[in-house]
Write a protein that binds this ligand. Structure first.
Ligand SMILES: Cc1cc2nc3c(=O)[nH]c(=O)nc-3n(C[C@H](O)[C@H](O)[C@H](O)COP(=O)(O)OP(=O)(O)OC[C@H]3O[C@@H](n4cnc5c(N)ncnc54)[C@H](O)[C@@H]3O)c2cc1C
Length: 376
């Protein structure tokens, strides 16, 4: 039996980056994934993910984002793939909203280049938006979008190029660890290694059941609208997060896939609970109507026919911060889950952190916020 230094379970967003950074360091790594590369059954599909730096969730994420940007660019160079596109980002809401006030706080704390715009300035500069009179926005140039499926596929290719053993259609059914190593079982056999990384996305509640993490798996829908006046004005708009009084946030993208591709928009949070093995792919008229009504407030010209809807899953913690840590009971097991709907923009830096933890037990990146023991 081949012997490995590290086994990575789950090769979605986080796991694919982890095998890439492990293999690049010459670590003998086995990656096991239950579905196919860059599949659409988990959390890392739907053509685009926002990336931004003035992070309203908590300024503690900013150094990780700065590093993630460096690593996206490095992955583009190493692979020749186009992964990250900067479009600028607009964070719009009432002055006291999390979206506006939180973004401003992070920008100021980290001295990130940004501008503050009132409603009239937003309308003048970004005519697809129609903010309410009392709304304000932070605009930052260094925001944009990344391509999730292409990122996963690229990380897997780079890992394979560096010798990683990657196996698909292999569902891990159980694992255990002791002081000398780890053991992982799939339907067709057993694998052993010195250490284990578990990055299972929405399947964390089952693969990490012993930890009793308070995770909620939620279904969220991505919508693509065809604006009646054509996509052209939307090709130049920035990515955005827009919050209304009461807290509901939507976010969206420019038109990035040509005139027929539609313009993507979604609710941030407000998902409904789902079993990850029974994700409902049917999007109802009532769901579309709710999205349409919300879009009409912020981007009235966008409200046309819906050309595509794609459900996806969030795995959410009570404080909406990630879990990235050494397993509290096994020092040779590293866990990464609970990305709470905002993890993709961190994919390469999380890969780097997990590679650090799996090989050295520690990392120089700031991950104190993501401690698995904080819910105890
Ligand atoms: C609708 C939507 C919009 C989003 N928008 C953004 C955004 O704009 N910006 C942003 O930063 N983030 C966004 N996110 C969040 C981000 O996409 C996720 O945080 C991220 O993709 C999570 O990656 P992951 O590796 O944890 O999960 P996944 O990519 O799902 O990977 C987990 C993998 O583990 C595999 N697996 C599970 N169990 C087993 C097993 N037993 N054996 C083998 N393999 C297994 C799964 O098949 C899967 O491939 C969004 C998410 C959704 C759903």
């Amino acid at each position: 039996m081949t012997s490995y230094d590290v086994i990575v379970v789950g090769l979605g967003g986080m796991g694919s980056a982890t095998v890439r950074y492990l293999a690049a360091r010459g670590v003998r790594v086995l990656g096991l994934e239950r579905f196919q590369p860059a599949h659409d059954r988990g959390s890392s599909h739907g053509d685009s993910r926002i990336t931004r730096q003035s992070y309203f969730e908590d300024p503690a994420y900013v150094p990780l984002l700065l590093r993630a940007y460096e690593l996206w660019q490095e992955a583009e160079k190493d692979s020749g793939a186009d992964l990250l596109t900067l479009t600028g980002g607009l964070y719009l809401g009432p002055p006291e909203s999390t979206t506006f006030a939180g973004s401003l706080r992070a920008a100021q704390e980290w001295d990130l280049p940004h501008e503050v715009l009132d409603a009239a300035a937003v309308r003048a500069r970004f005519p697809t938006f129609s903010p309410a009179e009392d709304e304000v926005a932070v605009f930052e140039e260094r925001a944009g979008f990344v391509r999730p499926e292409r990122t996963v596929a690229t990380h897997l290719d780079l890992a394979a190029r560096d010798g990683a053993d990657l196996r698909f259609g292999r569902q891990v059914v159980s694992w255990d660890a002791n002081g000398t190593g780890v053991r992982v079982r799939t339907a067709d056999g057993e694998h052993t290694a010195g250490s284990l990384v578990i990055s299972p996305g929405a399947w964390a509640p089952s693969l990490l059941a012993g930890l009793g993490l308070p995770l909620r798996v939620e279904r969220l829908v991505q919508y693509w609208f065809a604006p009646p006046g054509g996509t052209e004005p939307y090709e130049r708009q920035p990515v955005y997060v827009a919050e209304q009084a009461g807290g509901a946030q939507i976010y969206g993208f420019p038109a990035i896939d040509g005139p027929e591709g539609g313009v993507k928009v979604a609710f941030f949070r407000r998902g409904r609970d789902t079993d990850p093995d029974a994700l409902d792919r049917v999007v109802t008229d009532a769901e579309v109507d709710e999205m349409r009504a919300r879009v009409a407030d912020t981007l009235p010209g966008l409200v046309g026919p819906v050309v595509k809807t794609v459900p996806c899953m969030y795995t959410t913690t009570p404080d909406e911060h990630f879990v990235i840590a050494t397993h509290p009971e096994h020092e040779n097991v590293t866990i990464a889950c609970g990305f709470s709907g905002h993890g993709f923009k961190f994919v390469p830096v999380v890969g780097e952190v997990l590679a650090d933890l799996a090989t050295t037990g520690t990392t120089s990146h700031p991950i104190a916020l993501f401690d698995a023991r904080r819910f105890a």
